[in-house]
Design a protein around this ligand. Structure first.
Ligand code: HEC
Length: 416
């Protein structure tokens, strides 16, 4: 849809909204958490169609990030008039502009150079990055419903619009033939982009309750497993037949999130809505393990060569260690920038752990050497990172690809 057409549709929707709110006067309860002003009515009218205003009440972003966020919400369908857009951006920056903790920079033995690229479509919200063996960096543009491909050598970015508009592409996985698979987060499907033909194929969830497909990952036999965050499920897609099997998580509202496979082809996931880690074997039998602190909210995880899991404890600001062989929590380490640093994307390169602090200002890339138990950290500059949500190593292990969601950029950290 062109911008003008979008605004046309937005204007019609905006006219329709007051009529609905007259018959249904219930104001969003989170409205009271926001300071009064005409903007509260705009938020009530334009921003409660898909989620409550708790999203707004709990978010903090700087001016640049609110600018991109509001454009992104218009991209997905928020009915704002052209006048309301800048008005809301100014208001949100004023009331919800509080920055996170200052990044604590810890010097150390390794040199890292970060290179960033601006994505072409504003309000894209690059969510997940994928490093392919040919050196290309793919990303999901969640709010513009695009798969992007960067050639880091030339800086050229090619955008591919998904077949279904506003499908909210989220997690990414590459298959052995170089095709790109993703979760169509807003429209409950798994998508495949055939790199040779340029065709998209979409595999619908067999159960309407399977909302919010999240992180996809191929196992060693070539089947695609994925978490279904909102729907509280775990799924498996067999590419040869397109068949999808879903199981329900053994805990209610557990928000199945990040995934890894161990050397025995067992899937390990974190349950972001709880303080639990779980395994799912090839028969899709799920087993839960509880972390000691009830306040832990593990968000993503990495696995080392010894099948030891390292998880990002998002809510408490810790790096945690869990042994899959004993099924036991081992130890945890406070992240350099503290309890509010929000450790998020995480990976293991030659058994050295790398993750980002998504709430630190600027975002930090953190290196943890498990032999010496020492941290080193690097500022994600010049952009500040704008909440890196996922990262992964390049195929040669000499770099880490990142998607910088709130600043519309993708990046590679080159490790020397
Ligand atoms: C058409 C559906 C839709 C409408 C309308 C909508 N949103 Fe959203 N919003 C989403 C979805 C889906 C997410 C979660 C995924 C994401 O962040 O893109 C989200 C997430 C958010 C978040 C949390 C993410 C972050 O980075 O902080 C905020 C804040 C937010 N929306 C604000 C707004 C505002 C302000 C409006 C009104 C201008 C709005 N939304 C209208 C769909 C919508």
């Amino acid at each position: 849809m062109t911008r003008t057409a979008l605004f046309g549709a937005a204007a019609i929707l905006a006219l329709a909204v007051p009529a609905i709110s007259q018959s249904q006067p219930a104001a969003d309860p989170s409205l009271n958490l926001l300071p009064p002003g005409p903007e509260r009515q705009i938020l009530q009218n334009a921003c409660t169609g898909c989620h409550t205003l708790e999203r707004v009440a709990t978010a903090t972003h700087d001016a640049h990030e609110w600018d991109i966020l509001v454009d992104g919400m218009v991209n997905v369908g928020a009915p704002l008039t052209p006048q309301q857009i800048p008005q809301l951006k100014t208001y949100l920056t004023k009331i919800k502009g509080e920055p996170g903790p200052e990044l604590k920079i810890i010097p150390g033995p390794v040199k890292v150079t970060i290179k960033e690229w601006q994505v072409p479509t504003k309000g894209s919200r690059p969510h997940d990055p994928l490093a392919m063996p040919d050196g290309s960096l793919w990303y999901t543009a969640q709010r513009s419903s695009i798969l992007g491909k960067l050639d880091p050598k030339t800086g050229k970015i090619t955008e591919y619009k998904t077949k279904t508009p506003v499908s909210g592409p989220h997690g990414l996985a590459g298959d052995k033939d170089g095709n790109i698979w993703y979760t169509g987060n807003f429209k409950s499907h798994i998508g495949k982009f055939d790199v040779k033909t340029g065709q998209f194929t979409e595999y619908r969830m067999p159960d309407p309750k399977a909302r919010d497909p999240h992180t996809p990952m191929f196992d060693k036999t070539g089947n695609l497993w994925f978490t279904v965050q909102g729907g509280n499920m775990i799924g498996r897609l067999i590419p040869a037949t397109g068949e999808i099997k879903l199981i329900e998580s053994t805990s209610p509202r557990s928000l199945p999130y990040g995934t890894v496979f161990d050397t025995k082809n067992v899937l390990w996931i974190v349950l972001f809505g709880t303080n639990k880690i779980a395994s799912i074997d090839q028969n899709m039998k799920m087993t839960e393990y509880t972390l000691p602190d009830p306040a832990s909210r593990p968000r993503r995880l990495a696995i080392d060569s010894q099948d030891v899991i390292w998880y990002a404890d998002f809510s408490r600001g810790y790096l945690g260690k869990f042994d899959t062989k004993t099924g036991k929590f081992v130890k945890e380490y406070m992240s350099p920038s503290g309890s509010k640093s929000e450790p998020y994307g995480i990976t293991s390169i030659n058994d050295v752990i790398w993750y980002n602090e998504g709430n630190a200002r600027p975002n930090g890339l953190v290196r943890f050497d498990q032999k010496t138990e020492k941290f080193q950290s690097f500022p994600i500059l010049p952009s500040g990172g704008g909440v890196v949500r996922n990262l992964m190593p390049t195929t040669d292990g000499k770099g880490i690809v990142m998607a910088e969601s709130a600043v519309d950029k993708v990046a590679i950290a080159y490790i020397e």
